[in-house]
Structure formats: structure tokens, C-alpha cells
Design a protein around this ligand. Structure first.
Ligand SMILES: *[C@@H]1O[C@H](CO)[C@@H](O)[C@H](O)[C@H]1NC(C)=O
Ligand SMILES: *[C@@H]1O[C@H](CO)[C@@H](O)[C@H](O)[C@H]1NC(C)=O
Ligand SMILES: *[C@@H]1O[C@H](CO)[C@@H](O)[C@H](O)[C@H]1NC(C)=O
Length: 304
């Protein structure tokens, strides 16, 4: 039993020494400097016959030793092998540091530290003009939402790209639930967009409506002469991606212009019925039909 423990201890000791020995081996791009330090040495000033020292003294002594460092631009990961190059600034956008301050950039980035993304599938420039590989200028009427999504949105100051609402109407009706018979209804034609303040007035002796329906067509004229698609853009469509209606029933302001009731305010999104979306925009004509069979607001005299 004792023997075994001693053997284990010996093996551990040997292993420890071996590790120490290996870790001392500096490799790669390193340099060595000689350094000195003061050390206190103890020596025996007086021996007392054979059983030892009777009087110890000490003195200071200069001792020389080697210190190792990685060369500028190189480092090690703790194994004293100075073979890891250091890049400042560090390599971004998929770049790898291959030599001190030398980044190897992938095809989609370039420049110091691979900091500039080139026009590619990672950072599209379409519809637009890509200059010197990295400078993207969007076509007039388009702008980018973020650095990475190309010229994907319309620039709202370019009104020539704004879609026009063509035919439109709204139907407000009362439909009998049991057999879907229309008891009474009104159809209002949409007004010209150039008259936003104008209102249509209708007269009725009914006030219970339970169905609100919007039907409208939106037209979009795609811009002409767009630049050729770069190879990294496989397909492109420009059109209407979404459409909403804001419905507002409110009281006519009375008593000094005060609105008596904010009324019901609802936003209807056409996306469920339209068939067009961000991934599949309507390229010319977008038709929208919104039907609210849960319309509950009681219409009163003088409502807007
Ligand atoms: C939008 O268009 C206007 C007018 O052409 C232009 O001045 C502006 O820079 C454009 N905005 C963007 C973000 O491209
Ligand atoms: C209402 O508008 C839709 C879409 O433009 C159209 O198909 C429908 O015929 C219009 N209805 C009436 C009564 O004008
Ligand atoms: C609803 O219409 C009234 C009258 O035009 C307006 O004062 C009010 O701000 C509108 N409410 C909403 C939420 O748009």
C-alpha cells in the first residue's frame, strides 16, 4: 500500500517537472532580454563541526536571468508560442488577421480592418449605383432603411412614386344575421385625393348599422429605366406591399368647437385579404376589400 502511494507521488512529480520544462520553451516571433535582480543569498559563516551550521549570514548578489517577450505585432495564447498575429484595428466583417496589421478580407468586405462592406448580397445596392465597390447611391426616389438592406424603401419626398387611390367606396349597412338579408345600406364613393378637406353628407333616419365595408383600388406606376440588376440580386419586384384604412366615427364639435366624443377609431389592415405583401408586392394594381361585420358604433344625428 505504501509503495503504491510513493509511486503515484513520483509519477506526479515527474509529470509536474515535465510540464514546467515544456512551458519554458519560447517559440515563434519572440525576443529575449537579459535582466538582473538583487537576491539575498544565505551562507554559513561558521560551521560547528559535523552537525551543521552554527551561524548564518547573508549577502546581496546580482543575478542574471532571461526574460522573453513576443515581438511587436505578435502574441501567444499562453503557450509561449508567439505565432498569433495582432491586427489593429481588428479584422471585422469576416476578415482574418494573417500578419501584423494585415487582414485577409472576404469578397464582401475591404479596406483597413475589412471595415467597408462592398456591394454584395451582404449589403445590396439596388436599385442604385455602386461606386468603387463600396459607395452606394440609391436611385432617385429610393433610400435605404439601414446599411444592410439596399435601397429598399421609397423616399417620401419623391411624390412621383406615390401610389394613387383610384376607385374607392365605403358601404355602411345593416345585415340581418339570420339570413344575411341587407335591411338598409349606403354606398359612399371615395373623393378625389386633391380635395382632402371635402366631406360628403348623407341623410338617413337609420342609426343601427352592423357592417362596414371598404373597397378600393390603388395604382402604382413603377419607375422606368432602373439600372440593371447586379448578379447578387436574383429577383426584384417594386410595388405596393401594404395598405391600411383608418376609420373614424366621431361627433361633430359643438359648444365652442369641443369634440363631445372621440368616437370609435379603428385601423383596418388589408393584408389578410389582398394577396400582396412585403414579399409579394402588387406591381401595378392593388385591390383591397375590407369587411367588418362586427361594426358596432351607433351612428347618431350629426356624426362624422
Ligand atoms: C430623398 O430625396 C430628396 C430629394 O431628391 C433628397 O434630397 C434626399 O437626400 C433623399 N433622401 C435620401 C435618404 O436619399
Ligand atoms: C366599389 O369599389 C369596388 C372597387 O373599386 C368596385 O369593384 C365596386 O364596383 C364599387 N361598388 C360600387 C357600388 O361602386
Ligand atoms: C377623428 O375625427 C375627428 C374629427 O375629424 C378628429 O378630431 C379626431 O382627431 C379623429 N380621431 C382620430 C383618432 O383620428
Amino acid at each position: 500500500m505504501k509503495m503504491k502511494q510513493i509511486t503515484v507521488l513520483t509519477i506526479v512529480l515527474v509529470f509536474f517537472l515535465l510540464v514546467l520544462d515544456f512551458s519554458d520553451a519560447w517559440r515563434g516571433n519572440y525576443y529575449t532580454i537579459k535582466r538582473s535582480r538583487w537576491v539575498r543569498k544565505i551562507y554559513c559563516a561558521c560551521w560547528y563541526w559535523w552537525w551543521g551550521c552554527s551561524y548564518w549570514r547573508y549577502h546581496w548578489k546580482t543575478e542574471y536571468y532571461n526574460d522573453h517577450f513576443c515581438r511587436p505585432g505578435w502574441t501567444h495564447n499562453g503557450n509561449q508560442n508567439c505565432n498569433i498575429p495582432v491586427c489593429r484595428p481588428y479584422c471585422r466583417n469576416g476578415g482574418t488577421c494573417v500578419n501584423p496589421n494585415v487582414c485577409d478580407c472576404p469578397s464582401w468586405s475591404q479596406g483597413i480592418g475589412c471595415a467597408s462592406l462592398t456591394c454584395s448580397y451582404k449589403r445590396p445596392c439596388y436599385p442604385g449605383d455602386c461606386k468603387s465597390g463600396t459607395q452606394c447611391t440609391c436611385e432617385p426616389g429610393f433610400e435605404s432603411q439601414s446599411y444592410y438592406d439596399g435601397c429598399i424603401i421609397f423616399n417620401s419626398s419623391h411624390t412621383e412614386l406615390r401610389p394613387i387611390v383610384g376607385k374607392s367606396n365605403v358601404t355602411i349597412s345593416h345585415i340581418r344575421r339570420t339570413d344575411n338579408r341587407v335591411d338598409f345600406m349606403f354606398i359612399l364613393e371615395g373623393l378625389e385625393e386633391k380635395d382632402p378637406g371635402k366631406r360628403d353628407i348623407i341623410w338617413s333616419n337609420q342609426k343601427r348599422f352592423n357592417n362596414l365595408r371598404f373597397e378600393y383600388e390603388t395604382l402604382f406606376t413603377p419607375p422606368e429605366n432602373l439600372p440593371e440588376r447586379p448578379v447578387y440580386v436574383r429577383e426584384s419586384k417594386i410595388g405596393i406591399a401594404g395598405s391600411i384604412i383608418e376609420a373614424n366615427v366621431s361627433k361633430v364639435p359643438r359648444n365652442g368647437g369641443q369634440i363631445r366624443d372621440e368616437g370609435s377609431f379603428k385601423i383596418y389592415d388589408c393584408k389578410d385579404t389582398s394577396g400582396f405583401s412585403k414579399d409579394n408586392p402588387a406591381e401595378e394594381l392593388a385591390i383591397c376589400e375590407i369587411n367588418d361585420d362586427q361594426f358596432r358604433t351607433l351612428i347618431e344625428h350629426g356624426d362624422w
